[in-house]
Design a protein around this ligand. Structure first.
Ligand code: NAD
Length: 374
């Protein structure tokens, strides 16, 4: 099937999905995009629409699968999907609007796909998509949306997950040292919510650099740098280190909140922490998960820890409020983190395996009830 220039569309399949891989092109506006709808047994699939120049089909599929598992683990009435618009997210606004509106029209026939904000897109972009096709989540508040990144839905969930996981490694959040890779919507809010629970941010990185201070970094000062378009590495005080060294910064909780595959076989042994709480999607390779397990580092998988955004999106889609979203996130992520770590402990298995079992058994039950819309 595959040729040198076109990936084999069936290379990614298993009994769960994907149900569709759709390539979209609108040459007149330079739109090139891909949508992977992984599984819709639970209902129409929610998944981020990412704008990036460099995401492979395989990565898009892995991200879609993570959404399937995340939505199933949380008992949402939504399947999992992901889309990528191949473009530079920093392009001029007018061009970006045109491209996103073209994308909206291209996905109009894909009724089982509900896009949400992701890296390179935001609530304004979801407003444009909704304006075109009446279907998107993570809308601006003025349109009845729950502004996921503004309220820090995912970061809040990561902090809840960390709070529930901490006792499993004999840790209290009071005084816990936290390192966060990525200071965007997820990383900043996770840092803030963890600080509210007594933790101390001792290291942080963005794409341009990293900074550490064992006495604690001032999160508001970091946020100000970010708002000014600067890097966290321009922080006054602390010590600048390389991005690659962040993995080895001594801490209690290490939070990946940037790109996939941040933890790999070649760097994961450098971790000097007890707990990893995955804020980013697919931030650890399978090999890295196994090495963490062997070394006694407890790792809460992405689809358990970072479900806050999609839980809030589902609440929004059902017409719910911001307080309802926070309550659902706390309940669902707290419960799932506890169940995952308890089952992993009982089975003597890595948490990612226990969590996958938890999510897939829920998914299979839903798939049994469908005829062939899986
Ligand atoms: P964002 O674009 O707001 O922030 C990303 C941050 O990561 C930025 O600070 C960027 O500079 C930094 N970064 C990028 N590459 C880096 C690198 N190589 N080293 C260090 N830092 C790097 O994105 P976000 O919304 O915070 O999302 C971050 C991750 O979390 C992504 O994997 C995303 O898919 C995932 N996620 C986001 C949400 C959400 O609600 N926003 C929900 C679930 C999962």
């Amino acid at each position: 099937m595959a040729t040198d220039s076109f990936p084999d569309p069936f290379a990614f399949g298993d009994e769960i999905g994907p149900s569709k891989i759709v390539y979209l092109q609108t040459p007149s506006v330079g739109l090139r995009a891909i949508v992977v709808i992984d599984n819709v047994a639970a209902g129409p699939a929610i998944g981020g629409a990412r704008m990036a120049p460099d995401v492979s089909v395989n990565e898009c599929f892995r991200l879609a699968r993570a959404m399937t598992l995340k939505n199933a683990a949380c008992g949402l009435r939504h399947g999992g999907a992901k889309s990528v618009i191949f473009a530079d997210p920093l392009m001029p606004r007018a061009e970006k609007e045109q491209l996103i509106r073209a994308f909206a029209n291209a996905i109009a026939p894909l009724h089982e796909y509900i896009p949400g904000p992701d890296m390179g897109t935001d609530e304004t972009a979801m407003g444009w998509i909704h304006d075109e096709i009446g279907r998107a989540v993570g809308l601006p508040a003025e349109m009845g949306g729950i502004p996921l990144d503004f309220i820090g839905a995912t970061g809040f969930g990561v902090a809840i997950s960390a709070a529930v996981a901490a006792p499993f490694v004999g840790l209290s959040l009071q005084g816990a040292r936290v390192v966060v890779q990525g200071f965007g919507a997820v990383g900043e809010h996770a840092s803030r919510y963890l600080e509210k629970r007594g933790a101390r941010l001792v290291g942080v990185a963005d794409i341009a650099g990293a900074i550490v201070d064992a006495d604690g970094l001032n999160i508001e000062a970091l946020a100000q740098l970010k708002r000014a378009g600067k890097s966290v590495s321009e922080y006054r005080g602390g010590r600048v280190i390389s991005n690659e060294s962040l993995v080895a910064v001594p801490c209690d909780i290490w939070i990946p909140a940037a790109r996939p595959d941040a933890l790999r076989a070649d760097n994961v042994a450098r971790l000097d922490c007890r707990l990893v709480v995955q804020g980013a999607n697919v931030p650890a390779t399978r090999e890295a998960e196994l090495i963490m397990f062997e070394r006694g580092v407890v790792s809460v998988p992405d689809f358990i820890a970072n479900a806050g955004g999609v839980v809030a999106a589902a609440v929004e889609y059902a017409g719910g409020s911001i307080p309802a979203a926070f309550a659902e996130i706390e309940e669902k992520i707290g419960l799932n983190t506890r169940m995952t770590l308890e089952r992993a402990r009982e089975a003597g298995a890595p948490p990612v395996d226990a969590a996958t079992k938890l999510a897939t058994s829920r998914l299979r039950r839903m798939m049994e009830l469908r005829r062939w819309r899986v």
